[in-house]
Design a protein around this ligand. Structure first.
Ligand SMILES: Cc1ncc(COP(=O)(O)O)c(C=O)c1O
Length: 345
């Protein structure tokens, strides 16, 4: 992999979101965790005087297990979903099929470990299990997919499962989908590994908290290269807190609000004839195509608006940009900036 390719795969929205710009590039719901969660984390600071114990780890895994109807030994707490991607080479795959366009960290981790990789670029962004090479013993996809916002049917993902194959579903954004529709987190199926993240819903990118769900043997192989005490006491506390009934209710309300705000943004964007939207979109962001590519992004930036460039995602080009779904007021600001830039072009 050339240095240029590596840098493109390593590009994420946080780099596009420079200070002082209205941020439509990063898809984190809140600019900091909610008060109740900060209070829980602050109270847990007292526990930093001890190594996280097996009992602390078990308590976090029990909370996750009960949230998803799984057993605690089917859960591994991770330093974010990103750690799950970094661990994938430990499964020693012979051929990894990566469904694209999609989040690029899994590809980077696998390529860096010299795992042979095949990109499966979807037509119309819809999953077609038949497109995946039969010899692939590892398949990685996102649901809903970043950056397309398309939610794949759980049945189509299940159709990827085979004896001897691991299917990794990155569900980092599925808590933004009402009812977590199409989630496989509660499905105990051989070879299925689901990755989840606390980052987006709870405004926690700086904590690094997530988890993996899969059968114990698969989790054992995935995590065997980790150091002792792989996640800290604050991560374990955050996981427990975010699995409690009040947090789940708040998450569901936020998902419903995302759906309303997305409909608002889609309605406003429909007034811009030059802009098309990938879909059907079900996530908290939209993939847009607007003629003018880099010029559009530059001029949006000059007007104080940051969007995520799309061309670093395999299968997309310079005219693609991803935008976060925000409040109706912010959506109006985004669409106005787009209108001004497109009219000037
Ligand atoms: C689709 C997707 N999956 C996973 C991650 C990483 O999540 P975490 O913060 O839990 O490592 C991101 C971060 O941007 C993402 O966009």
């Amino acid at each position: 992999m050339s240095q240029v390719d590596r840098e493109l795969l390593r590009h994420h929205g946080d780099v596009d979101a420079e200070r002082g710009l209205v941020d439509f590039a990063v898809n984190v719901r809140l600019d900091r965790p909610p008060r109740w969660l900060r209070d829980r984390l602050a109270a847990a600071l007292d526990r930093l005087g001890h190594y996280p114990s097996a009992a602390d780890d078990l308590a976090a895994r029990e909370a996750i297990a009960s949230r998803h109807g799984r057993r605690p030994d089917e859960v591994a707490v991770l330093a974010g979903a990103a750690e799950g991607f970094a661990l994938l080479p430990a499964l020693r795959p012979r051929l990894a099929a990566l469904i694209h366009p999609s989040f690029t960290e899994p590809e980077l981790a696998l390529r860096d470990a010299e795992v042979p990789v095949e990109r499966v670029v979807l037509d119309d962004h819809r999953l077609d299990a038949d497109r995946v090479p039969e010899e692939a013993d590892l398949v990685v996809l996102g649901n809903p997919t970043n950056p397309t916002s398309v939610l794949h049917p759980a049945a189509e993902i299940r159709a990827l499962l085979r004896p001897g194959r691991t299917v990794v579903v990155d569900e980092a954004f599925i808590d933004a989908v009402p009812g977590e529709r199409e989630s496989l987190a509660g499905s105990a199926e051989p070879g299925l590994l689901v990755l989840r993240s606390l980052t987006k819903m709870w405004g926690l990118p700086g904590l690094r908290a997530g988890y993996a769900l899969g059968d114990p043997e698969l989790l054992g192989r995935l995590t065997r290269t980790r150091p002792h005490w792989p996640v800290n006491a604050l991560v374990l506390e955050a996981v427990r807190a975010c699995c409690e009934p009040a947090a789940l209710a708040e998450s569901e309300r936020a998902a419903e609000e995302f759906a309303e705000h997305r409909a608002d943004l889609l309605g406003k964007l429909a007034e811009l004839a030059e802009v098309s939207v990938a879909g059907p979109a079900e996530g908290p962001f939209l993939l847009l195509r607007a003629p003018g590519g880099e010029r559009v992004r530059r001029e949006l930036r000059e007007r104080g608006v940051a969007v995520r460039r799309g061309d670093t995602f395999p299968g997309l080009g310079p005219d693609h940009v991803r935008v976060a779904v925000r409040s109706p007021e912010q959506n109006s600001l985004l669409v106005k900036a787009f209108r001004d830039v497109l009219e000037c072009g």
